[in-house]
Design a protein around this ligand. Structure first.
Ligand SMILES: NC(=O)c1ccc[n+]([C@@H]2O[C@H](COP(=O)([O-])OP(=O)(O)OC[C@H]3O[C@@H](n4cnc5c(N)ncnc54)[C@H](O)[C@@H]3O)[C@@H](O)[C@H]2O)c1
Length: 252
C-alpha cells in the first residue's frame, strides 16, 4: 500500500504510534519515527530496519515549532519527501475539574492541541500531492470526559482544527482527517508493552465498547492516509468498538 512512500509518525515510540510506524513500514513506507522519548523512537526505527525497512528516529517535542520543522526535514531531506503524516503524539491527565490547575491545562493544550496545530501547519506545504495527514483526537473530543476536562477540551479543539484545515488541504490535492479512538491498550491506560502486530486481516473484533489494540487504530490511520480513502476529507472518525454509537450504552 505504501511502496516507495514516506510516512511521518509522531508519538511513534509507543502505543498507537509505534503500531502505526511498524505497519507503515510493513506496507513499504520509509518511516520517520518522531517522539520525545528518543530511546523508544530509536527502538521502533531499529525494529523496522532489522526487518529490512527504512526508518529514522528523531527526538521532538511536538509543542515546539522548531521541532516540528525538524521532523518534516527528516522526512524531506532524509528520505526525499512526505506522503503520509500521522500526527498522533498526545498526553493524558485525569483528575476532577475542581482539582485542575493551570499548569495541567496548559500542558494538555500544548501537547494535544498546539502540537497538532503546529504539525498540521508544517506538513501542509511539505506533503506530496495525493498525500494526507491523519491526526489522533479521541472519543473525548466528541463527548465530554468529566474525569479529564482539559484533555477533552484539547481533543475537541483537535477536531475543529482538522475540519478547519480540510479546505486548505483540498486546495493542494491533499486530505486531512481525525481519528477518535475509544479506550486503547497503551501506556496512557497503563499497558506499557506493545501488543504484537498481527496480519491485518486477522485482527479480532473487540468486545462492544471494550479495549482496542493499538493496531486497530493504526489500520484506520493507514487507510485514511492512503489514496484508498481519497473521497474522505475533514472528518472525525470514531473508532471505539461501537460504544458511542447509540444511547443508552448496551448493558454489561
Ligand atoms: N490509549 C487510549 O485509550 C487513547 C484513546 C483516545 C485517544 N488516544 C490518543 O492516542 C494518541 C497516542 O497515545 P497512545 O494511547 O498510543 O499513548 P502512548 O503513551 O503509548 O503514546 C503516546 C506517545 O506520545 C509521546 N509524546 C507525549 N508527549 C509528546 C510531546 N510533547 N512530543 C512528542 N511526543 C510526545 C510519548 O512519548 C508517547 O510515546 C494520543 O494522542 C492520545 O491522546 C489514546
Amino acid at each position: 500500500m505504501y511502496e516507495g512512500k514516506i510516512a511521518l509518525v509522531t508519538g511513534g515510540a509507543s502505543g498507537i504510534g509505534a503500531a502505526a510506524a511498524l505497519r507503515f513500514a510493513e506496507e513499504g513506507a520509509a518511516v520517520v519515527v518522531a517522539d520525545m522519548n528518543r530511546d523508544g523512537a530509536e527502538k521502533i526505527a531499529g525494529q523496522i530496519r532489522d526487518k529490512g525497512g527504512r526508518a529514522n528516529a528523531i527526538a521532538v517535542d511536538v509543542s515546539s515549532e522548531a521541532d516540528n520543522a525538524a521532523m518534516v526535514a527528516a522526512a524531506v531531506d532524509g528520505f526525499g519527501g512526505l506522503d503520509a503524516a500521522f500526527l498522533n503524539a498526545g498526553a493524558y491527565a485525569q483528575m476532577p475539574l475542581e482539582e485542575h490547575d493551570g499548569a495541567t491545562f496548559d500542558k494538555m493544550v500544548a501537547i494535544n492541541l498546539k502540537g497538532a496545530y503546529l504539525g498540521v501547519q508544517v506538513v501542509l506545504p511539505a506533503l506530496n500531492r495525493g498525500g494526507a495527514a491523519v491526526v489522533t483526537a479521541s472519543t473525548s473530543g466528541v463527548i465530554g470526559l468529566s474525569v479529564a476536562a482539559a484533555y477533552s477540551a484539547a481533543k475537541h479543539g483537535v477536531i475543529g482544527l482538522v475540519r478547519s484545515a480540510s479546505q486548505g488541504f483540498a486546495a493542494r490535492g491533499l486530505r486531512i482527517n481525525a481519528i477518535c479512538p475509544g479506550p486503547v491498550a497503551t501506556a496512557i491506560l497503563g499497558v506499557t508493552e506493545l501488543p504484537p502486530i498481527q496480519p491485518a486481516d486477522a485482527l479480532q473484533t473487540p468486545d462492544y465498547g471494550g479495549m482496542l489494540l493499538p493496531q486497530h487504530i493504526a489500520e484506520v490511520a493507514l487507510f485514511l492516509a492512503s489514496p484508498r480513502s481519497g473521497g474522505i476529507n475533514g472528518q472525525a472518525h470514531i473508532v471505539d468498538a461501537g460504544y458511542l454509537a447509540s444511547y443508552p450504552p448496551m448493558p454489561e
